[in-house]
Design a protein around this ligand. Structure first.
Ligand code: ACO
Length: 323
C-alpha cells in the first residue's frame, strides 16, 4: 500500500492587522460582542496589490524549507481557494511558475469555500496513493477581505486573509488514514457571494461581489453537520476520541469549535486554536492552524490529528492522519 504523509508545513499572514477596536470605528459593533459571539480579536488584511497567489507563494516557500525539498521535487500542486487572482490561469498555475515547480506537473485550484483545503488534501492524497504523484503541495490561500461588505456588521467582523501550505510525500505507512468529503447545494442562500463571471460584469451590483450570510442558520447547520462528520471519521477508522491527539478545526467561530470538541469528548487543551488572531480565513484556516501547532511544538511526530471544515455550498470535509 502507498500512503501520503506530511513532510513539511508553512504559512503566511499579511502584515496589516485589523483589530476589533478598528472595526468599532467602522460599523456598529463592540470588541466584547465580537469576542463573546465569535472568539475573534483580530485578523490580517492583504495589502494593496497583494493577491491570493502572493500569499500562497510565501506559505509554499516556508513549507518547502520545512520539508527540506526544492521546487523541482514537487510534481503536483493543488490550491483550495474561493478568492483567486484571476478567472484563469488558476492560482495554482501562477504559483507553480513563480516557484519554479516541476514544469509539466499537475497544477489546479479547488473551489469548496471554507472546505477548500480539506477538499484539496483529499485529491492530493488520491494522486499519491494511486501513483499519479510522488510529492504534492496542498495550499489553502484566501483574500476574503476582497469579498467583504465592510458596512455589514454581521459578516465583516468574521473574516481575514492568509495562506497555509502542506507538502505530502508517498510512503509505506500512513500518513493520511482517511478523508471524507460532502456537499449539499440546497443551502446556497444561507451563505453566498452571489455574483460570478458567467453573469457578466453588467449584472454586478455594488453588493453583488460580496458575502451575504444568514449567520445564525449557518451556525446551526455547521454545528449539527460537523458533529456527525467527526463521528463518521472515527468510526471509519475504528478509532475513538481517545485516539485523537489534536483537533485542528476550521477556525470560523470559537463556539462552533467548542461544540465539535464537546461532541468528540475532547478537552479544549487538545484543540489547536488560531481563530482569535486570524479570524475566519476560509480554506487557509486549517493549514494555518496546523503550521502554528507544529511550529510551536505542540503537534509532534506520530500523533493523530483530526482536521475538519465546513463552508459555503454547503461543503464539509475531514481528514484523519498521523503526523
Ligand atoms: N456587533 C454587534 N451586534 C451584532 C453584530 C455585530 N458585529 N452582528 C450581529 N449583531 C446583532 C444582530 O443584529 C442581532 O441583533 P437583534 O437581536 O437586535 O436582532 C444580534 O446581534 C444577534 O444576532 P445573531 O445573528 O442571532 O447572532 P449570533 O449569536 O448567531 O452570532 C454570528 C452571529 C457570529 C455571525 C454567528 O451566527 C456565526 O458565527 N455563524 C456562523 C457563520 C460562519 O462562521 N460563517 C462562515 C462560513 S461557514 C463556516 O465557516 C462555518
Amino acid at each position: 500500500m502507498t500512503y501520503s504523509r506530511i513532510i513539511g508545513t508553512g504559512s503566511y499572514l499579511p502584515e496589516k492587522v485589523l483589530t476589533n477596536a478598528d472595526l468599532e470605528r467602522m460599523v456598529d459593533t463592540s470588541d466584547s460582542w465580537i469576542v463573546e459571539r465569535t472568539g475573534i480579536r483580530e485578523r490580517r488584511i492583504a495589502g494593496e496589490g497583494e493577491y491570493c497567489s502572493h500569499l500562497a507563494i510565501a506559505a509554499a516557500r516556508n513549507a518547502m524549507a520545512a520539508a527540506n525539498v526544492g521546487p523541482t521535487d514537487i510534481d503536483c500542486l493543488i490550491i483550495g481557494t474561493c478568492t483567486p487572482d484571476q478567472v484563469f490561469p488558476s492560482t495554482a498555475c501562477l504559483v507553480q511558475y513563480a516557484l519554479g515547480l516541476k514544469p509539466g506537473g499537475v497544477a489546479f485550484d479547488v473551489s469548496a469555500a471554507c472546505s477548500g483545503f480539506v477538499y484539496a488534501l483529499d485529491v492530493a492524497d488520491r494522486f499519491i496513493r494511486t501513483g499519479g504523484a510522488r510529492r504534492a503541495m496542498v495550499i489553502g490561500a484566501e483574500t476574503m477581505s476582497r469579498v467583504i461588505n465592510w458596512t455589514d456588521r454581521g459578516t465583516c467582523i468574521l473574516f481575514g486573509d492568509g495562506a497555509g501550505a502542506v507538502i505530502l510525500e508517498a510512503g509505506d505507512e500512513p500518513g493520511i488514514y482517511s478523508t471524507h468529503l460532502h456537499a449539499d447545494g440546497q443551502y446556497e442562500n444561507l451563505l453566498t457571494v452571489p455574483w460570478g463571471v458567467s453573469q457578466g460584469v453588467e449584472a454586478m451590483t455594488p453588493e453583488g461581489g460580496k458575502i451575504v450570510m444568514r449567520g445564525n442558520e449557518v451556525f446551526k447547520v455547521a454545528v449539527r453537520t460537523l458533529g456527525r462528520m467527526v463521528e463518521e471519521t472515527l468510526v471509519a477508522n475504528g478509532m475513538t476520541h481517545a485516539d485523537v491527539d489534536w483537533l485542528v478545526p476550521h477556525q470560523a467561530n470559537i463556539r462552533i469549535i467548542q461544540a465539535t470538541a464537546r461532541k468528540l469528548g475532547l478537552p479544549m487543551e487538545r484543540v489547536i486554536l488560531t481563530v482569535a488572531e486570524h479570524g475566519n480565513t476560509s480554506s487557509a484556516s486549517i493549514p494555518l492552524a496546523l503550521d502554528a501547532g507544529i511550529r510551536d511544538g505542540r503537534i509532534k511526530r506520530g500523533q493523530n490529528l483530526l482536521l475538519e471544515a465546513f463552508g459555503g455550498g454547503f461543503t464539509w470535509g475531514s481528514a484523519l492522519l498521523r503526523y
